[in-house]
Design a binder for this molecule. Sequence first.
Ligand code: ADP
Length: 400
Amino acid sequence: MTSPHRVLVLNSGSSSVKYQLLDMRDGSRLAVGLVERIGEHGSRLVHTPADGERRERTAPMAGHEAALRAVAAELSADGLGLDSPGLAAIGHRVVHGGLRFTEPTVITDEVLAEVERLVPVAPLHNPANIVGIRTARALRPDLPQVAVFDTAFHTTMPEHAARYAIDVETADAHRIRRYGFHGTSHAYVSRETARLLGKDPSEVNVIVLHLGNGASASAVAGGRCVDTSMGLTPLEGLVMGTRSGDVDPAVTFHLRRVAGMSVDEIDELLNKRSGLVGLCGDNDMREIRRRIDEGDERARLAFDIYVHRLKKYIGAYCAVLGRVDAVTFTAGVGENAAPVREAAMEGLEILGLAVDAELNAVRSGEPRLISPAGSRVAVAVVPTDEELEIARQTYSLVNN
Ligand code: ADP
């Protein structure tokens, strides 16, 4: 009998669970799926096995346990159930690991308690991750389960990049500092960029631009993160689909004092009704480009604000790194939106940055260079794969 070689990756949100089952002998997907609207009307599971038809099931799912049981049933129907001997481990995406978790970690009661202690700094994310972990442990208490933290890759940031310039005692009392997120993606993409350049990660300095619905930039020096744009929460930094990114913190006092908004209303405004959606009503870059092509001024301005912020971070991270070998675009917008890449690089020749129009226009799922041949700094597109990275980290931990 072959030894266990499959890893189930779970990404539990407040009302959803995304999952992938991977074969770690070659990193291939055996099944991918999603449960949506957990605990709401119209819960739905969509399951796609690698060698079969997509299956969709609508059934009431009151909570994560019902959702995970439904996932387990779908996997069993493919002969890949949670009880099958080939399953080596479950890898959980956990958003916030604070300063304690710098590496993927086998989940114990003590680890879970520590993740719970971080809820005050990640109130929107960690509770859902914890529910997912508890449920999966109840279903397979004997199986190794690993937490892979979104913050872990950023724990190498030096203190001068991680600290806000606010009163040290107040900051420390409330664990206020810059943690950064999307770390699994930044780790994977910076390493794959080195591979694309034919170098070891320790030899290259990379600026990674993870532009999805959430968006963040990171400066990675020799494989270690030295700065990133998200902070205490994922709100800081770049303009995102629905988040403002950087604003003067005084905007919040002003809204409180002058507009009479509550803290929760301001939170909702900046996280859900700002960014591209707040600026022009759309957060999908495809739709924004279509509107720009039709001459829509609001869409144009939203695009220009998005790109302006991006350029500021690219410039800043060139300064932070000193020497830059590559700037890499990834995630939904970064991988697909050639106009964003073109606009972000425009006028940055002084930093050695440029895109080749023809290479930039190529549509591909493969890592690729889009800078002109012979450029001082490579510009690359590298599709991110957070699930594969979580699975790899999980598997290597339980196999040691
Ligand atoms: P997340 O994981 O943060 O939800 P993704 O990385 O999947 O997001 O990115 C989603 C975003 O990618 C969409 O909101 C859209 O703006 C953008 N996107 C996806 N496909 C395209 C495309 N073909 N052209 C331009 N933008 C795209």
